[in-house]
Design a protein around this ligand. Structure first.
Ligand code: 3EB
Length: 353
């Protein structure tokens, strides 16, 4: 019989709903990211067989928590290596790593956050090489006080230094073919990174309206961020698109610095451009704005209503979206939107087994 479950799929649900799921559901769980204002509170409740990362970010659209869960297929294996917890099936690995900066020395030539970031990414790359899931589909990065300055450099920029050094140390490309990612400011807590990786090479997608983040000029920090605008992954009969955190940036500049409605519009125009690129490169076009799963990170909770209204106006429908409070990695950005899409290949009649 043909297995109809997609090889990899994501979903969002509250921690309460998560806990009520049957064992069969948990058996296929690769891992989860749980967002709530009190990350430790949710931690006490949700830990099970799958790696679970808890991020201190408040949900803004009702409910006190949201878990982003990822399911694989077939037999799953759980493991731990250094600070990484992971679970994988035959084709996909989900992992989480949480590192406290206090474990690193402030006196060194690298800041504690930079060292923690470099260590986390080095551990991830080493594990993926060992287990042979070398291709990163996407990263989730959470950093407390992301916009504050220490050691003469904004913390997001310290993070970028550590991340790029780890990519270089492992011989990974830092100008093209970078994974999709988001990088957001949590309310508190240690550096927390989750990732999805696998055994097929994803296609990195850039946005023609934006300079590749890997080539941002020096004014945004001594080292560029290392991510692409989206990654397109083909897993058996499914093609998945991971759209990176996207903001109101055109070229390399922030547009509409104090106008949240205009930033929302510009952000969605950017995602539309990324989808057009994905459709150009996909074996089966068909990604569109209305069928994505969105996560919207909002800097000021008071902006929520305006952002929601504008999103609904642009899409002509209520999007499948989760809204969280987070700091965005440039002080003048008021929101960042990430998205995921999956669509199965369509088959010619007779081709289906
Ligand atoms: C931007 O376009 C907005 O550093 O991994 C979005 C997604 C952003 C990912 C990252 C940063 C990152 O530059 C910020």
């Amino acid at each position: 019989m043909r297995d109809t479950a997609p090889p990899l799929h994501g979903a969002n649900l509250s921690i309460a709903a998560f806990l009520k799921q049957p064992a069969q559901w948990k058996n296929s769980l690769l891992g989860a990211l749980c967002f709530s204002a009190d990350a430790l509170e949710s931690q006490a409740q949700a830990d099970g067989d799958a790696p679970c990362m808890h991020v201190a970010m408040q949900r803004l659209d009702g409910g006190d928590s949201i878990c982003e869960v990822w399911h694989g297929s077939g037999q799953l294996t759980r493991g731990q290596c250094g600070a990484i917890h992971y679970r994988h099936d035959d084709g996909v690995l989900f992992g989480v790593i949480v590192l406290s900066e206090t474990m690193f020395e402030a006196g060194a030539d690298k800041t504690p956050l930079q060292q923690a970031t470099e260590s986390a990414y080095r551990q991830i790359f080493a594990l993926l090489d060992t287990l042979r899931y070398p291709y990163l589909f996407r990263f989730w990065n959470y950093i407390a006080d992301i916009n504050s300055h220490s050691f003469g450099l904004e913390r997001y920029r310290q993070f970028n230094l550590g991340r790029q050094d780890a990519f270089l140390a492992h011989g990974r490309n830092v100008v093209g073919n970078a994974p999709a990612a988001c990088a957001l400011g949590s309310a508190q807590g240690p550096l927390s990174i989750a990732f999805l990786a696998g055994r097929v090479v994803p296609l990195s997608i850039e946005n023609p309206r934006q300079i590749s983040a890997c080539q941002y000029p020096q004014q945004y920090g001594p080292r560029s961020p290392t991510f692409s605008r989206a990654s397109l992954v083909q897993l058996r009969q499914n093609e998945m698109l991971f759209v990176s955190g996207t903001a109101s940036i055109v070229g390399h500049a922030t547009l509409h610095p104090a106008d949240v409605v205009a930033q929302t519009r510009e952000t969605m125009t950017n995602i539309e451009a990324v989808l057009a690129e994905a459709n150009r490169l996909a074996s089966q076009p068909g990604f569109d704005l209305t069928s994505l799963d969105y996560k919207v990170s909002v800097r000021h909770p008071a902006d929520l209503a305006q952002i929601r209204t504008e999103l609904e106006r642009i899409l002509g429908t209520t999007p499948n979206a989760v809204y969280l409070q987070a700091d965005v990695c440039r002080q003048d950005l008021l929101l960042e939107v990430e998205a995921t899409a999956a669509h199965p290949f369509r088959f010619m009649s007779g081709e289906r087994d």
